[in-house]
Design a binder for this molecule. Sequence first.
Ligand SMILES: [Zn+2]
Length: 240
Amino acid sequence: MEITVLGKYGPFAKNGGSTSSYLVKGKSGYIMLDCGAGSVSKMLSMIDINELECLVLSHTHFDHASDILVLSYAIDFLRKDEPLAVYMPNDNSKLFNLVNDLDAFKVIPIREQSDVKYFFNDYKVKFYKMEHPVLTYGITLDEGRQILGYTADTKMCKNAEDIAKYATFLIADGAFLDKDFTENKPHMSVGQVVNLAKKYNVKTLISHVGYNYTDGEIEEEIKEFDNLVEVAKENKTYKV
Ligand SMILES: [Zn+2]
């Protein structure tokens, strides 16, 4: 499995970067995880849109979802077959209802129940409800030997632990340096993500990087564990 970081910032980027989005390559196509600002142009520069099997939106915060509106145009102009499948939480938000009304998409509301079996491409998929101010799902993609985990946006919680425990490669929300973190923030800190990576010995990318941080500041906080934890790099492809 390969994953390319399209966007790693939140809640916006101010340095030419993009907000949360990742492109996962499977045996028969690609899965896009989140669709933040600036991600669609990058995705289209890397693959043919007809190779995209589905899009998963972890939640409807705009830094994870705003490019879905221009994606609908790209689908209208460039995609040959049926609408793109979009898995997203039904939070009854304006964005959910807007996306649900667009012909370019076939929206499938995410359900967490254990009797629901999802398979994307060649991956077994599981969704996890996270702790964030709106309905948010983390995800694991299991191809047998390798398992990608994505926490989406969340406070530290049991499901963040469960994803880290199950995954062999983790993308985690480490939005705050410890100096700026308090328990009431809706995200994890870099230090919390480092602890999660250590506890479950899982290779981890810190993502959802705050717009006001440099990679160097974050690397300073993870330097002891730089064989296990690194800051996500946009446009870089990682082997899971
Ligand atoms: Zn969010």
